[in-house]
Ligand binder design. Sequence first.
Ligand code: SF4
Length: 347
Amino acid sequence: MTSPLVIPIFIPHSGCPHQCAFCNQSIITSRKKCLPAREEIDEIIGQYLGYRAHRSRVELAFFGGTFLGLADQDIVGLLERIRPYIEDHTIHAIRCSTRPDTITEQKLDLIAPYGVSLVELGVQSMADVVLERANRGHTCFDTCQAIDLLKAYKLKVGVQVMVGLPGDTRDQLLASTRQVADLAPDVARIYPLMVLRGSLLAQWYRDGSYSPLGLDQSVGLVKEMVKIFEQANVKVIRMGLQASEMMEDKTQVLAGPWHPAFGHLVLSALVYDQVCEKLENFQDSPENRGRHILLSVHSRFESRLRGDKNSNLTKLTKAYPGIVFSIQTNDSLPPGRVDIQKSATRV
Ligand code: SF4
């Protein structure tokens, strides 16, 4: 099924009780803090509907702040602005992102009449010690309770988790990911932590008490998290922050594992693992040394198999000395699968 057109409406920092240590939403969303007026919302909707193309489903998402942390009249005010679009079926559903500690029966009753279908929770981590250090102001228990309540209200649940939080470790991160996956959310987003100007994290970075992850390290960790989510049937719908001019501005984003196609790097790393797994036996047989290996993949997945600037081929050549790898496309293969064959010569 084609993914829906999602119209984002940003409400940076609105509804947040304080500023989390890593956050500066004005940079991420390229917007100043304030709720959008009716005319602005109409304009954004009109603009995005122009990009609809063949997509039959349209959803609107309130991102960038704590939607259910807003005052009741502001929540209702924003939802009322969308109501005419829901009633005439221009927009089919609403999503919102919010903190786990804002999920209460009262808030869910408040939004019930307005067509909200998915609530995304800023979970970030399930380790209380990490949450405390990041000044989140909520606990792992809040997340468990919030997901239970959202499910009781038959709402779909999204989770947003972070990689590279201060004080986190690889083991803790993967244990936390397993804990989140066990709660069976519908979708997940994974964000590597960036050091943003104006955040508390920027101070820690400057005084040397926080060092961001490197890009490769970050890709490796997110790859393991994706495997955990996939095993639990949780769809990962985003890895890495959306590219924008602001994110490329070194005066705004001071450090961190930034890459405009971060998700592609992770997907390429997953394909590399798949190929290595299949090649494991091959590498063990000395008679296969010096042979040519042909990797076949659906044409839509060729760039993923090659990796960024052919990095997967370079890594394979280093990992399997004496073997020459070639790639060919074969659209009869199921998307995502890589077939391996011996070949008499380089293709
Ligand atoms: S991370 Fe989320 S909850 Fe924390 S200040 Fe930023 S928008 Fe608000």
